[in-house]
Write a protein that binds this ligand. Structure first.
Ligand SMILES: NC(=O)c1ccc[n+]([C@@H]2O[C@H](COP(=O)([O-])OP(=O)(O)OC[C@H]3O[C@@H](n4cnc5c(N)ncnc54)[C@H](OP(=O)(O)O)[C@@H]3O)[C@@H](O)[C@H]2O)c1
Length: 256
């Protein structure tokens, strides 16, 4: 019972694993004992350097792999290479994503399609290929990155983003049902604003930061590390009967 939250011996594939949230989750998986594959669209030099940093900090075995989640052949190669190195995949975290904020009345459809290609098609491609690798062992945990914007409408040019995250919500629930017979659990994390490279300008602008904090009962913005505990829980045997749900990590933003 004391090891319920440990991930020793498990293999975690974190896609978008070198991004703002993904890098904290890659490190978190390794800190709790998993072998970690950091996969991202970034160049291999940066990926290798980050995977080496995670290994040095935690003593975990790590591997770096480039992937574009919108490309199904790329994903097939990633899964094949991870299986060749580690034999299994126990945990998939889909921590990639984009937000191209544009006014709805002027939304360029090329940008709309790119958003849906990465945030929605990418999630499905990753889930499909990795779940196929998990199904024979009847064991797996998939964690998608949704958002409070997957269940709430927001202004400020978020029509595509909210649309894609709403889709992630329903893909998560539907795959949870379809993959349950294989004991593959599918859940999501739904963060409120998390301070990363892409959102640091909000923290640095006191007026804007106050506006965002006012939406959060706990009165602060989120940090990538706030997602580590919930991700470890969902990945671990502690969550053995937990599937089809989104954990909103939002300081109480969706409580009202
Ligand atoms: N930060 C927040 O406030 C927040 C709140 C709620 C939900 N989320 C969700 O959490 C997830 C991670 O967000 P984040 O803030 O960590 O974003 P981020 O820092 O931009 O990280 C996302 C990572 O995904 C990679 N990526 C983009 N397109 C890809 C593709 N086609 N194939 C593979 N990797 C790709 C990015 O690479 P490049 O940088 O090279 O493009 C980046 O490394 C996203 O799904 C986001 O919607 C974030």
């Amino acid at each position: 019972m004391s090891n319920l939250f440990r991930l020793d011996g498990k293999v975690a594939l974190v896609i978008g694993g070198a991004g703002g949230i993904g890098s904290a989750l890659s490190l978190g998986m390794a800190q709790y004992g998993a072998k970690v594959v950091v996969a991202d669209v970034l160049g291999m030099d940066a990926l290798n350097a980050f995977a080496a940093e995670v290994a040095a900090k935690t003593g975990a075995e790590t591997m770096a792999h480039q992937v574009d989640v919108t490309n199904e052949e790329n994903m097939a190669v990633l899964v094949k290479d991870v299986l060749a190195r580690f034999g299994v995949i126990d945990i998939l975290i889909n921590a990639f994503g984009l937000n191209m904020k544009r006014p709805a009345l002027e939304y360029p459809m090329a940008d709309w399609e790119k958003m849906f290609a990465v945030n929605v098609k990418g999630v499905m491609i990753a889930c499909k290929h990795v779940a196929n690798a998990m199904k024979e062992r009847k064991q797996g945990s998939i964690i998608n990155l949704s958002s409070v914007r997957g269940i709430r409408g927001y202004g400020g040019g978020n029509s595509a983003y909210c649309g894609t995250k709403g889709a992630v919500e329903m893909i998560t629930k539907t795959l949870a049902i379809e993959l349950a017979p294989f004991n593959i659990r599918v859940n999501a994390l739904g963060p409120a604003l998390i301070i990363t490279q892409g959102t640091i300008h909000i923290q640095q602008n006191p007026q804007l930061a106050e506006k965002y904090k006012a939406l959060i009962p706990m009165g602060r913005l989120g940090l990538p590390e706030d997602l580590v505990g919930p991700a470890v829980y969902l990945a671990s045997d502690a969550a053995a009967f937990h599937t089809g749900q989104t954990l909103f990590i939002d300081g109480g933003a969706t409580a009202s």
